[in-house]
Design a protein around this ligand. Structure first.
Ligand code: D5M
Ligand code: FE
Ligand code: ZN
Length: 648
């Protein structure tokens, strides 16, 4: 096996083939050391060195990106080219008909090269200044913190030769060196060494754990009132049909993604247009007909964003064309625009110059209205409890704490206040990663106490059977569950998760889903989109997930970025758009409790029941297990956080 790869694996780091292409040659030339790379990956909070990490690292080290070997899914070209323009749409101008043309040609104007010097006038002077000092936006980590030294096993000196073509990654099979390429939990190809499966483990499935509700305790009789307002299984998503008998699978997928992005644009454009501050909205393809002194609005998907000395340069696309947009540093919206994620839908107000550049002075996100109608009060108090990421089957699953929680639900309480709450808990919502799963990441086997997926769901169901009958549970999948790995996730695969389908007071929901409880809308999602926000926005971290959750809500999308960390399924409709403003958003996934409100919407991250794993230790994820937010359904606000962590 390649020494570079081996050295990384020794340190529990993995590298994707595309990142290998970027780094191997520089490593061979000793342009950086293994420890520098590992420390950098650590600051990014990942143990997988993918092309994003690799290219940022190269930038930091001021090393060149190898050009020819650049795989298609680095920055400009995601594996499936997301072009709204290139695939037939009625209002596309004639110029698009040449298939080799780039999508940016569709505006009928030459595409703007960043090096191009505009010819004359004040405008060209401005353009010149804008493009000076252009650089990509960094994710905010300025190098690597000193003193945070991991025990890095350096095998650098031993390196004899490193093949520069990285060809050993092309095989999907084991290649004789014990190296295989598989898809990781995020759908990225990566290298791993097959692990040894050792002895049978002994474990309990909690069959004997049966709680009798506290006979002295009085539960209030509350009439349930719930409705699943949004579940992705209610959408009959027809995959596009091949145009003729020879239609290839790849083409169908491209078509599905094109349709997905069109649907996103359509839905979010509708939301943006509700903003009274936007004036005349013009299709990007029609900008050339707009007079230079006329202020107009454009709405489109963010293809790219770059920072220059003078401001931000975006490439924005709608179904009629692509345009470069400049937003100056002194714009009041600069900070907001800086935080926007790739593939979000945004609006700009400004002036179009015939040089092909849109000079924006305002930037808008779909966002949430400042004020909303108050909902009518409820006749009685009713509470919902929001939990997530139980990870049954993991060695780190806090079973004692979870059992204490179940006892609490059964009326074994410690105070008068708790008594009042428990008697009125009517709903329990679980936002995914209910079990730890199998083969979710390389090396997971040794982290499992229950190394069998059927047994994991059996064990979970035996625990949840102790949730009192008067409480309705809503259970949705996450990335550790037996379910489609890409989001949105329709449901748990019934074959594996049968025991939880059989629980009589459980309702299985999709990820995402909207549950209407007594007229209040609770948007439930596992929360993988948080990862993309954290990776793209300087200053936002896993340790305070409320803030990235606000960013997602402002973009009105659960995971906008395509082709980075979160795999998005090629559904022809975008079901991750937050079409209606909910009263509450619940997520989990990052394993840290947080609750914030944004414009009246309660955002809750309901943490986990899993203590810190070895892997999380390595990437500095510090979970806050066994915290239980209690929500007053009437206000849809967290009114209390219970803490069972002393048993964890
Ligand atoms: O996610 C638990 C936490 O671990 C959450 O903060 C995401 C993070 N995580 C999981 N895998 C990775 C990789 N590969 N890099 C960085 N961070 C990661 P869970 O879904 O429970 O595993
Ligand atoms: Fe999780
Ligand atoms: Zn998760």
């Amino acid at each position: 096996m390649d020494e570079f790869v081996r050295a990384l694996i020794k340190n529990n780091y993995l590298i994707t083939p595309s990142a290998y292409y970027l780094l191997a040659e520089h490593f061979r030339k000793q342009n950086f050391s293994l420890s520098e790379l590992i420390k950098f990956a650590k600051t990014k909070g990942t143990f997988i060195i993918d092309d994003l990490v690799a290219s940022e690292f190269l930038k930091l080290k001021e090393l060149e990106v190898p050009v020819e070997t650049k795989p298609s899914y680095i920055s400009s070209g995601t594996p499936v080219e997301k072009s709204l323009v290139s695939l037939g749409e009625d209002n596309i101008s004639e110029e698009t008909s040449t298939s080799e043309m780039q999508s940016s040609i569709s505006t009928g104007e030459p595409s703007i090269e960043m090096s191009e010097q505009p010819s004359s006038s004040v405008e060209s002077k401005i353009s010149e200044e804008i493009f000076q000092g252009e650089s990509s936006i960094s994710t905010g980590s300025e190098g690597v913190a000193e003193g945070e030294e991991a025990e890095i096993i350096e095998t650098v000196e031993e390196v004899a030769s490193v093949p520069s073509n990285g060809s050993e990654f092309e095989s999907e099979e084991e290649n004789g060196n014990g190296v295989a390429v598989v898809a990781d939990k995020y759908g990225l190809p990566m290298v791993y060494e097959p692990e040894e499966i050792v002895e049978e483990k002994e474990y309990s499935l909690y069959e004997d754990f049966v709680i009798q509700p506290n006979p002295e305790f009085k539960f209030a009789k509350i009439t349930p009132e719930y409705e699943i307002k949004f579940d992705i299984r209610n959408f009959k998503l027809k995959p596009p049909k091949p145009k003729n008998g020879s239609g290839k699978e790849g083409e169908i997928i491209v078509e599905a993604y094109t349709s997905l992005f069109r649907s996103r644009l359509r839905k979010l454009r509708r939301i943006l247009r509700e903003n009274p501050e936007l004036n005349t909205v013009v299709d990007i393809g029609k900008l050339k007909y707009v007079k230079g002194d006329e202020e107009v609005t454009i709405i489109g998907l963010v293809n790219s964003k770059r920072e220059t000395n003078k401001g931000l340069i975006f490439e924005i696309e709608d179904q009629t064309g692509v345009v470069k947009v400049f937003l100056p540093k002194d714009s009041e919206d600069y900070r907001e625009a800086f935080k926007v994620l790739p593939d979000a839908v945004v609006a700009f107000k400004g002036f179009y110059s015939k040089k092909g550049l849109f000079f924006a002075n305002r930037f808008y996100l779909p966002d949430v209205p400042l004020y909303r109608k108050q909902k009518p009060p409820l006749e009685e108090k009713v509470y919902a409890i929001l939990i997530s990421d139980i990870h049954v089957g993991s060695k780190e699953f806090c079973e004692k704490a979870f059992m204490k929680f179940l006892e609490w639900l059964n009326g074994y309480v410690e105070s008068k206040e708790e008594e009042e709450i428990v008697s009125r808990v009517k709903y329990l919502i679980i936002a995914g990663d209910v079990v730890d799963g199998i083969g979710v990441y390389p090396g997971q086997y040794s982290d499992l106490i229950i190394p069998d997926i059927f047994d994991q769901y059996e064990a979970l169901a035996n625990l949840l059977a102790n949730v009192p009958d008067h409480i309705t549970m809503f259970i949705g999948p996450g990335n550790h569950d037996a379910a489609r790995p890409a989001i949105p996730q329709p449901e748990f695969y019934e074959e594996y998760a049968k025991p939880i389908y059989k629980l009589k007071n459980a309702v299985i929901i999709s990820n995402p889903a909207v549950i209407r409880l007594h007229g209040r809308d609770f948007l439930i999602a596992h929360g993988r989109g948080i990862e993309d926000v954290v990776a793209n926005v300087p200053g936002l971290t896993h340790h305070k997930p409320g803030l990235p959750m606000i960013e997602l809500l402002k973009m009105r999308h659960l995971a906008p970025t395509f082709g980075e960390k979160v795999p998005i399924a090629p559904d022809p409709e975008d079901l991750l758009v937050i079409e209606d403003v909910p009263d509450l958003v619940q997520m989990g996934h990052v394993h840290v409790y947080d609750a914030v409100t944004y414009r009246g919407v309660q955002l809750v991250n309901s943490a986990t029941w899993q203590a810190q794993t070895e892997f999380q230790k390595m990437v500095n994820i510090v979970p806050t297990p066994a915290k239980v937010p209690v929500v007053d359904v009437e206000s849809a606000k967290v009114v209390k956080v219970l803490d069972f962590s002393r048993w964890c």
